[in-house]
Ligand binder design. Structure first.
Ligand SMILES: *Cc1c(COP(=O)(O)O)cnc(C)c1O
Length: 405
């Protein structure tokens, strides 16, 4: 590959071109049968994805945001409750909390994994809450609101430390809802259970997104809820379909939040390739680690012993991020920022009253993080070019600073 070629941030064309024949067959089948909503394609994908995650149920919904919102509502989160999550996630996580009627609140992240710091979760519950003797629930001392659920986000495709989070949540009677929207197939070694567990199978409920850029993406919008709980699964099925238990029998008001049959069929084709795509992402991550580890001022992703991540994103933390990003862009290398402004500092959450300094680890990480190109089709040459330009910038900056250039 020549050295001036552009390296895109992701590639949504190549994998679909390779599967064009199988994907077209799904479309033809949908055309032939006219089964656009519900039916065997949806049921088939739900069965396959539940098996993939190791759960009893998967319910296909219209997006990851719907999956989160339905999971919260089905688990009993109501108006007046508080739900905890992290400040460094996509806003969909907290939008779903608000839309379920609750208020989001935040727990800072771990310095190395960028996922929820379980010690800070415990500290929040011990310091800021009292336990209501009647309900057994944690109540925030300042707001008087019961804290009823927690959403750990498996950010960048790496699971949060679920044993600790589950343990603390059990003690404080919190429902655990995994935001697995970036973590299809990610694994966590549960020391407690003595086995590897898949993302989406550890909390009471989990939410997946099948947005096109995710590790498993539809050719449009899509989402899924996984759970082992039969009752929750039934509730989610009703929530996605106007609260219907049967046609025109509405147990409660729900939503129009179903997964299209066409998307389910297309997802079914792609799911077969997911293990191999995830393996390629891991391989690429290892190669990046080797290429970048020696460079001063670059922190590569940390994978704890309990984690086998699926690298939805490969995120480094660097000094002078914005200048580096510009340098890479000038050299034809596309990068991303996930996410540049933590949610507690967004205008949308000014009502929560948080100031700079409230969640120092999330804030510091946000200033340095940079997502490098990452996808199964990324080549060794492309990765070497990224590493070369990154190294070039970091060393020139260093020599400029020490005046030895
Ligand atoms: C993508 C994403 C969502 C939302 O999923 P949509 O399908 O876009 O609604 C929620 N949480 C996280 C962490 C995500 O990455």
């Amino acid at each position: 590959m020549n050295n001036t070629a552009h390296v895109p941030f992701m590639d949504l064309v190549t994998p679909h071109a390779r599967l064009a024949e199988d994907l077209s067959k799904v479309f033809e089948e949908v055309l032939r049968t006219g089964m656009f909503v519900g039916g065997p394609m949806v049921e088939g994908f739900e069965r396959d994805f539940a098996r993939f995650c190791g759960t009893r149920h998967c319910v296909g919904v219209a997006s990851g945001t719907d999956a989160l919102r339905f999971a919260l509502i089905a688990s009993g989160v109501r108006k007046g409750h508080t739900v905890l999550t992290v400040p460094n996630t996509f806003i969909a996580t907290t939008e779903a909390i608000t839309q379920a009627g609750a208020a989001p609140d935040f727990v800072d992240i771990d310095e190395q994994t960028y996922n929820m710091d379980s010690e800070k979760l415990l500290r929040y519950l011990e310091k800021h809450c009292r336990v209501d003797a009647r309900t057994g629930r944690a109540v925030n001392k300042k707001t008087g609101r019961p804290v009823t659920a927690v959403i750990p986000v498996h950010l960048y495709g790496q699971t949060a430390d679920m044993d600790s989070i589950l343990d603390i949540s059990q003690r404080y009677n919190l429902t655990v809802i995994e935001d697995a929207c970036q973590a299809h197939g990610a694994e966590y070694f549960s020391a407690k259970g003595g086995r590897w567990r898949r993302a989406g199978s550890m909390g009471r409920i989990a939410a997946f997104s099948f947005y096109p850029g995710k590790n498993l993406g539809a050719l449009g919008e899509g989402g899924g809820v996984t759970t082992d709980d039969d009752e929750i699964a039934v509730k989610i099925r009703m929530l996605r379909d106007h609260g219907q238990s049967q046609k025109y029998v509405h147990e409660f008001e729900g939503y129009n939040g179903r997964l299209d049959a066409l998307q389910a069929g297309l997802l079914g084709v792609k799911l077969k390739h997911l293990p191999q795509w995830n393996a390629k992402r891991r391989e690429n991550a290892l190669r990046y680690n080797e290429l970048l580890s020696g460079i001063e001022g670059v922190i590569v992703p940390y994978e704890p012993g309990y984690s086998r991540g699926v690298y939805h994103l490969y995120v480094v933390v660097v000094t002078e991020r914005d200048a580096l990003r510009e340098y890479l862009t000038t050299n034809g290398l596309s990068t991303g920022l996930h996410y540049p402004v933590p949610l507690h500092l967004q205008k949308a959450y000014s009502r929560l009253g948080y100031k700079n300094g409230a969640f120092p680890v999330a804030e510091k990480t946000a200033k340095g993080l940079l997502s490098l190109p990452m996808y199964p089709e990324l080549t060794e040459d492309q990765q070497e070019k990224v590493a070369e330009k990154l190294s070039e910038f970091m060393t020139s900056k260093e020599s400029a600073m020490t005046g030895t250039s």
